[in-house]
Design a protein around this ligand. Structure first.
Ligand SMILES: [Zn+2]
Length: 449
């Protein structure tokens, strides 16, 4: 039953609300402390620029865009910034210039001049172990073309498919990962080793490496999986990390694959939590919204890829054991987000302990980095030789089937010969080619021996 409120009551109620509202406005005017921006950081990714405002208080802000030329305007209530902080290196970012001005009394207006249309995505972050209050503004480029799957491109031709290995250098950008006693950062050394591994793989016949991050910027864990699985349709994902532990004597490499039923050791679960926390630092909450049906399907698919993950993991760990100390001689299992792809095998390599002074130092040397990269490559090759995906170079090699190479733009005969470890002369004779002129799309047969 509805009861009507007598009109004088309503009037009193409105009057009280008004008084309360006015009191609140006045109080808040006086009680607002000045929010100080004490840092401005910028991270660039190929498709995204991230701007982070480090602030003394939680940001009270409004953000909007203006067209022609494209601008993003951020109005910050009761906020100040020192001029020197505005000197941010903008090269290779989507931002052409940053301007600021005092706006409406004590407010600050920051204007980002952009070189193209963007989709802004902004959020505030509470203080954590590393940083204080932050306002994060992500500018996503919306004019970028979607990247075509490498495998799709290859399948169009008659060439024997190369296996695609997604190399995932952990952390990046505002997420440094673990830091050693002498300041060596996990994000830097794993990226260097990832690049070495990539270069080694590029010289191998039948393997095409791709990177989930190509520079010092943060990539969400879910996005890393997407890059490996959806964009590149990788046959394998190798995620590289370095460990840290309270006891600095702890050392050695270890290798993890995804487990469905929880971690096999306390350390594994601790580590899974730590590596997964990266997404919290990156400013995105862990996404685990799979419904029951989806997770059942994923589990079914995981059964297959997990066995492969365990195989490739034991080969890599075996090779690593020849060049590095091992922390654990057996493949461990934990619930890493980055490995949660239902249909591709994946391993997470903790290359050693950055918290151990000896290993921290070794990590910075080209010699040790190459040793580790070579060991991983050996393990990966062993796996593909033993369990080659169908229609690949490795499958044909195993079956004694002919290997075909479809010539891509920019390739030369001598490069192709080098890649398959044969002489250019043999390659030419085998294909009955008399001149050095080849054309894009032409298919060469490669002697299989
Ligand atoms: Zn890590």
């Amino acid at each position: 039953m509805t009861r009507l409120i007598p009109s004088f009551h309503l009037y009193a109620l409105m009057r009280t609300s008004l008084v309360l509202l006015l009191t609140f406005v006045c109080a808040s005017q006086w009680s607002f402390a000045v929010n100080e921006i004490n840092g401005l950081r910028l991270w660039r990714a190929p498709d995204k620029t991230r701007l982070v405002f480090d602030m003394s208080e939680a940001a009270n802000y409004k953000l909007f865009t203006l067209p022609a030329p494209y601008r993003v305007v951020i109005d910050l209530k009761n906020t100040t910034i020192a001029d020197k902080l505005m000197q941010v290196e903008l090269k290779d970012s989507l931002i052409r210039g940053i301007r600021n001005a005092v706006h409406n009394g004590d407010n600050l207006r920051v204007v980002l001049d952009l070189d193209r249309k963007v989709k802004p995505n902004q959020f505030v972050l509470k203080p954590n172990k590393q940083y204080g209050h932050r306002l994060v503004v992500d500018l996503l480029s919306i004019s970028d073309q979607p990247i075509k799957s490498v495998r799709q491109q290859q399948e169009k031709g008659f060439g024997t498919r190369e296996v695609i290995v997604a190399i995932d250098a952990g952390h990046g950008g505002e997420d440094p990962g673990a830091t050693g006693h002498n300041g060596v950062r996990e994000k830097d050394i794993v990226f260097q080793i990832a690049q070495r591994l990539k270069h080694l793989m590029e010289k191998e016949p039948g393997i095409r490496p791709v990177m989930t991050r190509k520079g010092d910027y943060y990539v969400k864990l879910k996005r890393r999986r997407q890059i490996a699985r959806d964009i590149y349709r990788a046959d394998l994902m190798v995620s590289l990390h370095a460990d840290a532990w309270k006891d600095e004597r702890t050392q050695g490499a270890s290798l993890f694959v995804l487990s469905r039923s929880g971690a096999t050791s306390t350390r594994a679960s601790y580590l899974a939590k730590k590596e997964n926390e990266a997404d919290l630092i990156g400013g995105v909450e862990l996404e685990d919204k799979d419904d029951v049906l989806k997770s059942v399907l994923v589990d079914l698919a995981l059964e297959g890829s997990m066995e492969h993950s365990l195989d490739v993991g034991s080969y890599i760990l075996g090779e690593l054991g020849k060049v590095a100390k091992l922390h654990k001689s057996k493949v461990e299992q934990a619930g890493f987000m980055v490995l949660k792809s239902p249909d591709i095998p994946g391993v997470l390599v903790e290359l050693g302990f950055i918290s151990n002074r000896k290993e921290e130092k070794a990590f910075t040397t080209a010699e040790y980095q190459n040793k580790l990269a070579r060991a991983i490559l050996k393990g990966v090759k062993k796996y593909f030789n033993k369990q080659p995906p169908p229609d690949t170079y490795f499958a044909n090699l195993r079956n004694g089937d002919p290997i075909r190479h479809r010539i891509a733009r920019g390739e030369t005969l001598s490069e192709i010969a080098l890649r398959y470890r044969i002489s250019p002369k043999r390659l030419k004779t085998f294909n009955a080619i008399s001149s050095d002129i080849i054309r894009v799309g032409q298919v060469l047969r490669i002697p299989n021996s």
